[in-house]
Design a protein around this ligand. Structure first.
Ligand SMILES: NC(=O)c1ccc[n+]([C@@H]2O[C@H](COP(=O)([O-])OP(=O)(O)OC[C@H]3O[C@@H](n4cnc5c(N)ncnc54)[C@H](O)[C@@H]3O)[C@@H](O)[C@H]2O)c1
Length: 270
């Protein structure tokens, strides 16, 4: 689906990949609703691109329903909904050391937000035989993020849910894409475009926004801004034990290089 004259909603669009995608969708001719937990950030991006802003906490189904209703009323039935809001953190020590609150937060933001959005949008999209759902997961949803088990597990669930959407609703004219970037220089990692200029493996938010619009225009399910992820995923599928050994070696290398597990520095090793 192309973006011209389309009604688009993007969550988590006050920053990083979501903000870059909002700018790009507007350039491509879409009417864009910029949504974020942080209403001021959403408003700033909306002002920049001549779009509308709606504050929304994607953990809350009622707020997602209100977002869909407000955006539909103002800019027409939603053609493309990008469920992009996300967060990262890492874990204090061992792989089960993160608190229940953080596991629940990851589950709500990375999985249930996609379920709530689909629940709000699918009946209308099925009736219209048209619509496109884009769920931003992560390479961690195909592979693993060393040092963040809650992020990895919930991003895997996000990929699985996107597969279910695509399998169930493809024949009804509904497009589905899942976006699985590796490292991107955004506030989530405390990185900027200056860092991205230092290493090829670290992309800018604009690079990922371009990959997303190209992928949606081509109707591609799996959008990989970092093509090397395909190779890693193939290695994992071919020999899971060997892949685990490789990941153990990468973890040991990170500890030797950084003196600990610094998620924001992993891009220097891949
Ligand atoms: N940066 C990376 O390296 C990277 C890699 C792979 C995947 N991703 C994914 O890309 C997406 C965007 O991340 P980013 O890197 O642009 O990060 P970012 O921190 O720049 O932006 C994330 C936005 O999500 C918003 N948000 C957080 N919780 C929310 C909630 N409950 N409700 C609504 N909005 C909320 C934040 O306010 C923020 O504006 C996330 O899903 C992230 O997991 C990022």
């Amino acid at each position: 689906m192309d973006f011209k004259d389309k009604s688009v909603v993007i969550t988590g669009a006050g920053s990083g990949i979501g903000a870059a995608l909002a700018r790009r969708a507007a350039i491509l001719g879409a009417r864009v609703c910029v949504s974020d937990l942080d209403g001021a950030k959403a408003q700033a991006v909306a002002d920049e691109i001549g779009g509308m802003a709606v504050p929304c906490d994607v953990r809350d189904e009622a707020q997602i329903q209100a977002l869909v209703a407000q955006a539909s009323a103002a800019q027409g039935d939603i053609d493309i909904y990008v469920s992009n809001a996300g967060l990262g953190g890492g874990e204090p020590s061992h792989a089960a050391s993160q608190t229940d609150e953080t596991w629940t937060l990851n589950w709500q933001v990375h999985v249930m937000s996609h379920v709530y959005a689909s629940r709000a949008l699918l009946p209308g999209m099925i009736a219209r035989k048209s619509g496109y759902l884009v769920n931003v997961a992560s390479a961690a949803g195909l592979l693993n993020q060393i040092g963040d088990a809650a992020y990895s597990a919930t991003k895997h669930a996000a990929v699985s849910f996107a597969e279910s959407l695509a399998i169930t609703h493809g024949a009804e004219g509904i497009g589905v894409s899942v976006v699985c970037p590796q490292y991107v220089a955004t506030p989530l990692l405390g990185l900027s475009d200056v860092d991205a200029a230092t290493q090829e493996s670290l992309l800018t938010a604009d690079d990922v926004a371009l990959a997303i619009t190209n992928g949606v225009e081509a109707g591609r399910f799996l959008i990989l801004s970092h093509p090397v992820v395909q190779t890693y995923a193939r290695h994992r599928a071919q020999d899971h034990d060997r892949w685990i050994t490789g990941m153990q070696m990468l973890r040991a290398k990170a500890q030797d290089t950084f003196g600990g597990i610094e998620i924001s520095s992993f891009y220097k090793l891949v």
